[in-house]
Ligand binder design. Sequence first.
Ligand code: FPP
Length: 286
Amino acid sequence: MRKFLGPDKYQQTEDDKRVQHELRALGKLPRHIAVIMDGNGRWAEERGLPRAAGHQAGIASLRDVTRSSRELGIGYLTVYAFSTENWKRPKREVSMLFRLLVKMLRDEMQEMLENGVRLKTIGQTSLLPKGVQEELSDAIERTSKNKGLTLTLALSYSGRWDLIRAMQTIALEVRSGKMSPEDISEEVIRRSLTTAEMPDPDLLVRTSGELRLSNFLLWELAYSEIHVTKTLWPDFRREHLYEAIREYQTRERRFGLTGAQLKKGEDVVSPEHQSYVDKLISRITR
Ligand code: FPP
């Protein structure tokens, strides 16, 4: 596996360009990818390191996945960085996570600006320490005009929390007479969620092999394709993302078309082309 070279030595290789080109040519790319970044603790424990080392290493994975998503032209990347349930972790781990978050925002700002990455958050960020809230607001403001990838950090977030919030908003509108209960529709609920301005994720990636949604984007993931990999988040790199997208494209091709389209062979890519791309991906994964 290619080693991550560090923020300064990063280069998009010719193989990267080729794979990205082929992925675009092979089928539809997901517009929105959601990621449950799991396995940081296990990664650290396997190496006899403190859990903090796993979270720290996870930042490099997030950087590489953000870069490659941007290069591919993915519109939205939403990552589960800190769940409502994560507040129950030891205080030291929680405060260390926030310190890492602040460092990450500062370290990555230049690159986000250069690459058109727009930063957003979803979740109850008012519960975060004041200093962290300020750093977040500043980063969101500074990147707000960017038109490339929208990177959304889910912080102090849970799907149920957002659904409760949405229901409360809708209930207030009903009580004030602006809407009747019969008017409540999928569209009304959708636009009351904190994710209102983004399309639903087409693809959910979960690392470290767990087969759970863990209270992430419960409404939005209703029709998403799910890719679970045993790879722990700190080991996850762009090659793994390419694999996830390949799997997504295969599933789309099988299940996304109507029977009539399948008969006509529309949008069906030749097996030779598929295996060529699979070989390319495995070559850069080595
Ligand atoms: C889950 O691994 C991961 C997290 C709780 C945090 C994810 C954070 C990052 C990747 C760093 C970037 C974001 C911030 C907020 C700095 P786990 O600890 O549950 O791993 P385990 O299941 O192996 O214990």
